[in-house]
Design a protein around this ligand. Structure first.
Ligand code: UT7
Length: 326
């Protein structure tokens, strides 16, 4: 059976840098606390008026150029995001218009920080099934728009950015396995309470600051480590590989301590772990997309490399995939 391979990667990070020192002036926090508890030093923040599709557009242009595929030849565009430009139309539709990808079907995918891996899996299956030839998958987030800048327990963690991947069919290598999981019973641990049909926007929801992310970080931390280990192991079993055969481990960049704990439990060596949380913080779906792109740009992914991606986020949702680079 055919598989899919990634033929182009791109990223876009807004130029505005928000450092831990900047945050010390906004809330009662310190560079020392943020660095030791999370591993984050700075994050990028959009300029006024910049939305998820704008970031996605810049990342996609790079990915398409590297793939040498024209936008008009895309069969589908999947944008993973929890910060769409609007509730509807989808951010994928805005992106299609910006790119001039008139042939592409378009939809957004809501799987929080696991959105990019969920999106890659959907695209892979579209291609493997012969339904589509070229699929663009983007993780794009403007988390600064839903961050409560008075809440020190969340505002130090998140940043804005986008990463994009172009997928096409392959007879050899490419996606070897994927595992997607979810637990809807724990949906209130990380949530954007208002703005949907449960709590439509009103003066009351705004006054109660319900349009900002709420997170019980400590609880999430423990679950994240457990399910990321489980997801990585499941993908390895499906691909008939052991952890020692992984050349590069690209975990979701939510917390440096989560990354280290998962890697230690998986017995993955330090030099095989990719990290960029220090520069960007947690960008939800864009985190693993940007990490994959940067790892490739830095020459850490070569032909035949076995890459394990492993993610976790609000929903709760988790997902992993293994790619043999071709
Ligand atoms: O991507 C989606 C998934 N997200 C995650 O997986 C996030 C997972 N969770 C985490 O990364 C960590 O739990 C956090 C970084 C959010 C928090 O770290 P923690 O070590 O779990 O800290 P904590 O929440 O237990 O808080 C410890 C202390 C508290 O003070 P007391 O009660 O001990 O006096 C907090 O009030 O740290 C305090 N605190 C802060 N202090 C300075 C919380 N936020 C801050 C802050 N600066 N920004």
């Amino acid at each position: 059976m055919k598989s899919a391979k990634i033929v182009g990667l791109g990223k876009y990070l807004p130029s505005n840098r928000l450092t831990n020192t900047d945050l010390e002036k906004r809330v009662e926090t310190s560079d020392e606390w943020i660095t030791t508890r999370t591993g984050i030093k700075e994050r990028r923040i959009v300029s006024s008026g910049e939305a998820a599709s704008d970031l996605a557009y810049q990342a996609s242009l790079v990915a398409l150029k590297r793939a040498a595929i024209a936008a008009k030849d895309l069969d589908a565009i999947i944008v993973a995001t929890v910060t769409p430009d609007t509730q509807f139309p989808s951010t994928a539709c805005y992106l299609q218009n910006l790119l001039g990808a008139s042939k592409a079907s378009c939809f957004d995918l809501s799987a929080a920080c696991s959105g990019f891996v969920y999106g890659l899996t959907v695209a892979w299956q579209f291609i493997a099934g012969g339904f589509y030839g070229n699929v663009l998958v983007v993780g794009s987030e403007v988390l600064s728009a839903i961050t409560d800048w008075t809440d020190r327990s969340t505002c130090v963690l998140f940043g804005d950015g986008a990463g994009a991947a172009v997928l096409t069919a392959t007879d050899k290598g490419g996606f070897l396995s994927s595992y997607l999981g979810a637990d809807g019973s724990a949906s209130d641990i990380l949530i954007l309470p208002a703005g949907g049909s449960r709590h439509p926007a009103s003066i009351d929801t705004v006054n109660k600051r319900m349009h900002y992310m709420k997170m019980r970080g400590n609880e999430l931390f423990r679950i994240a480590v457990r399910v990321m280990v489980q997801a990585a192991k499941k993908a390895l079993v499906k691909a008939d590989l052991s952890a020692s055969q992984v050349d590069l481990f690209i975990p979701h960049q939510a917390n440096e301590r989560i990354i280290s704990a998962v890697a230690a439990r998986m017995h993955i060596a330090e030099d095989k772990i990719y990290r960029n949380i220090v520069r960007y913080g947690n960008m939800s779906s864009a985190s693993s997309a940007v990490a994959l792109c940067e790892a490739w740009e830095e020459g850490k992914i070569k032909k035949d490399s076995i890459v394990l991606m492993d993610t976790f986020g609000g929903g709760l949702v988790w997902g992993s995939c293994i790619i043999k680079w071709v």
